[in-house]
Design a protein around this ligand. Sequence first.
Ligand code: ZN
Length: 225
Amino acid sequence: MNFYTKWFNSEDKEGKTLPWPCSKVVCVGRNYVAHAKELNNPIPKTPLLFIKSTNTLADLEQPIKLPQSSEQCHHELEVAIVVGKRLTNASYEEATAAVFGVGLGLDLTLRDLQSQLKNKGQPWEKAKNFDGACPLSGFIDFNGSLGLDKLEFAMKINGKVVQRGNTSNMIFPIISLLVDISRHFSLFPGDVVLTGTPEGVSALHPGDLLELSLNETILATTLVD
Ligand code: ZN
């Protein structure tokens, strides 16, 4: 199945489907000091990268299904960037020009399983790459007027703010992340980068109502099944 993300621009509030399928989601771990500290992790000196494959992609407007294999499916609210150009060993200017849309995503994480894997020094896929582990909002057309280094984002669960972040607090800012990723592997048009979660991660529960907003605009509302 090809997953095409939706995007929005000023002329088309209904949203259009992106012309390219997403080939992967690149995630950034520990990109906010307060979140690294809440999980007792060290602050990285270079971006910590991992990949979610396309089986994880889901539409944030659809209910979230919690996997049976865990008691602790954590939400990690993250700013999501969709790129519109191939990036290989990109310069800062090329990376800036490749930003196509800005949205929000959840890097769903089975925290109990991830802790076991981390303790054994094993890869995290079982905890982070299950089906539906990357619900995405639609993307807002990026026209340069949206300052990538001062995006405000937040998520409420059942009316209460549980996570709130600002990209100005990132250890590695968005464009430098794209540059760094492109030095390790190529990004293709349609690929998504999840740029790290601020503090406030916690477990989701059946019946939770989630509301995600970017710069005070609600981008998605969804229920946990
Ligand atoms: Zn994350």
